[in-house]
Design a protein around this ligand. Structure first.
Ligand code: MG
Length: 210
């Protein structure tokens, strides 16, 4: 029986670019200025596109940023925050109807993730919210935080459903811990091959946990 559901934030409950793609433009500018011909314009464009779906350190590794490029982008990203209100995806109303404890576990820069959670005004829906801050020391990672939830709330892995968009992040971490996993295929999210279930809308969750 499912007693708890752990949600990812970006591209799961709200689109990473909901407030507009201008949000990360200063980060991309800083990376462009330090590129110095290392990556082609085309490779840079692909890397920036990936920034909407993956953490900056992952993108830097995957696309071969120089240390200077990563440092320049990092410095700006760490100061970036959302100031406008956010709505999230239109199906968020389904969350309040779910007969389980709800948790939010999100990875990213502390200031940006905190600002999005505030802009969404939905903290009261969750039993607890955890930011896996990539710019803070002693990072636990998603797997570490999932484990912490198991211990704190006396849950066993099979009682906790993981819902997210990223096969390499929350889906992999959930699988490793023996938790049932659900990949939510929001617009632009490619289907992975490692989740136990696939959905397109949060409205489909209720049937899954019965
Ligand atoms: Mg995500």
């Amino acid at each position: 029986m499912i007693r708890a559901i752990i949600f990812d934030l970006d591209n799961c409950l709200s689109a990473a670019d909901e407030v507009g793609r201008g949000l990360l433009e200063p980060v991309f500018d800083a990376i462009r200025w330090t590129n110095k011909g290392k990556l082609s314009d085309e490779a840079l464009a692909q890397a920036f596109e990936a920034c909407w779906r993956h953490p900056l350190d992952w993108v830097a590794r995957e696309y071969g940023f120089s240390d200077e490029m990563l440092a320049a982008g990092w410095e700006v990203a760490a100061r970036t925050e959302v100031e406008a209100p956010m709505q999230g995806y239109p199906d968020l109303g389904a969350l309040a109807e779910l007969p389980a404890m709800l948790f939010l576990v999100t990875s990213g820069f502390r200031r940006l993730q905190d600002s999005k959670i505030k802009a969404l005004q939905f903290a009261s829906l969750f039993e607890a919210i955890y930011v896996d801050a990539i710019d803070e020391a002693d990072r636990k990672g998603k797997e570490g935080l999932f484990n912490e939830i198991l211990k704190t709330y006396h849950l066993s892995p099979e009682e906790v459903l993981i819902v997210g968009d990223n096969p390499d992040s929350e889906i992999e971490a959930g699988n490793r811990l023996g938790m049932p996993t659900v990949q939510i295929l929001r617009a632009g999210v490619p289907r992975g091959n490692n989740a136990a279930h696939y959905i397109h809308s949060l409205a489909e969750l209720r049937a899954l946990i019965k």
